[in-house]
Design a protein around this ligand. Structure first.
Ligand SMILES: NC(=O)c1ccc[n+]([C@@H]2O[C@H](COP(=O)([O-])OP(=O)(O)OC[C@H]3O[C@@H](n4cnc5c(N)ncnc54)[C@H](OP(=O)(O)O)[C@@H]3O)[C@@H](O)[C@H]2O)c1
Length: 336
């Protein structure tokens, strides 16, 4: 099969189009004939820093395609099922930038009739956003219509892929969503995703604006840059609110005013999708599936997530685009 692989860590140039054997699914696994691979920042970060083992490594965690073989113990009726795939390359060599991948059966989730482009955009961003919106004691364990009713969520960076997912899921669950962006173009995307309130953090006083919108404070913050935003977060969180920190954009370390957060019993919750508890991942998959069926998850410019598609042999360029902070979702068309 045609597969992008790399044998050493480095820049996008380590990604090569190669011919690899089609992998066979083991017990409890399915093989997926891929249509699209989704690219996330984690894919270029791993490619840059994590040297593969003895076998060539195919990059990219997310994808979508059709089940074309099943291993022992998996219902053969799954052959032909359209699916979205998550964490394909986590501690495995078969990422999604290839004509086939092999994953545990639960990592290939029914997609129904939804487009493969949508399926390939789900995994990392939507599972991360789900975790950020459900991780604290005063948040619901699962998302469904009404689960966040009466709550206000602050999504820092609403034009990002995770920010977009957080807006879409929080709105579906009934929250009021305030989000921050850095330009009018990004404001339009965040509104298209469903945010009712958009604040330009380069031009406006974010804390003052959020307090106008939510005088009692916000119940949850989905945070992409705690280093830049810790002070604003202090000023806008309600008592018992959670700040879910899923990235270190803006710097690896931060400081926070201990007493102010103590007074509010604020919860700082760090989130890494790979090492989230298995039951949290299963709940995320279940809730994303329900939201998808309800038509509540969309991609494309009119959903605030413009798509940028590259052919398989240009996967290096797709990685470079994500590395250069492309706005929207970068996809690889595996069949092109
Ligand atoms: N922990 C996890 O499991 C997990 C999962 C997914 C992603 N991540 C990480 O999360 C980060 C974002 O991923 P992504 O796919 O969403 O990337 P993305 O699409 O590039 O989005 C990042 C967004 O953050 C915004 N941003 C940066 N600094 C900001 C600030 N100070 N205030 C508000 N917004 C700010 C950016 O816009 P402006 O710069 O224009 O403001 C951009 O819209 C990456 O570092 C990625 O590795 C972690």
């Amino acid at each position: 099969m045609r597969a992008i692989t790399y044998r050493e860590s480095g820049g996008p140039e380590v990604l090569q189009l190669t011919d690899q054997p089609v992998p066979e699914p083991g017990p409890g696994e399915v093989r997926v004939a891929l249509a699209f691979s989704g690219v996330n920042p984690t894919d270029w970060k791993r490619r840059s820093t994590a040297a593969p083992g003895d076998e060539p490594q195919t990059p990219n965690q997310d994808g979508a395609g059709t089940v074309d073989a099943v291993g022992e113990g998996v219902d053969p009726a799954r052959v032909g099922e359209r699916v979205w795939v998550w964490e394909a390359a986590w501690e495995r060599r078969w990422g999604t930038a290839a004509e086939h991948t092999v994953v545990r059966a639960e990592q290939a989730v029914p997609l129904g009739d939804h487009p493969f482009e949508l399926g390939a955009a789900l995994g990392i961003p939507f599972m991360t956003a789900h975790r950020c919106l459900t991780v604290a004691e005063h948040l619901p364990r699962r998302l469904e219509p009404g689960a966040l009713a009466g709550r206000t969520v602050l999504v820092q960076g609403g034009a990002g892929a995770v920010g977009n997912a957080a807006i879409q899921l929080a709105r579906w669950a009934g929250a009021t969503v305030v989000t921050t962006v850095s330009s009018p173009e990004k404001a339009a995307l965040a509104r298209a995703a469903g945010a009712q309130h958009v604040v330009d953090y380069k031009k406006e006083d974010v804390a003052a604006r959020v307090r106008e919108i939510a005088p009692d404070g916000v119940q949850a913050v989905v945070e992409v840059s705690i280093r830049a935003n810790a002070e604003v977060d202090t000023e806008v969180v309600a008592q018992h609110a959670s700040i879910a920190i899923y990235a270190d954009d803006g710097g690896p370390e931060f400081s926070a005013p201990t007493r102010a957060f103590m007074a509010l019993n604020t919860r700082f919750q760090f989130v890494l999708v790979y090492t989230a508890p298995a039951e949290a991942k299963a709940q995320a998959v279940a809730d994303i599936t329900t939201a998808l069926a309800a038509g509540a998850i969309r991609v494309g410019e009119d959903a605030g997530l413009p798509l940028h598609t590259y052919p398989l042999d240009a996967t290096a360029a797709a990685h470079q685009a994500v590395q250069d902070a492309a706005v929207g979702k970068v996809l690889v068309d595996v069949t092109a």
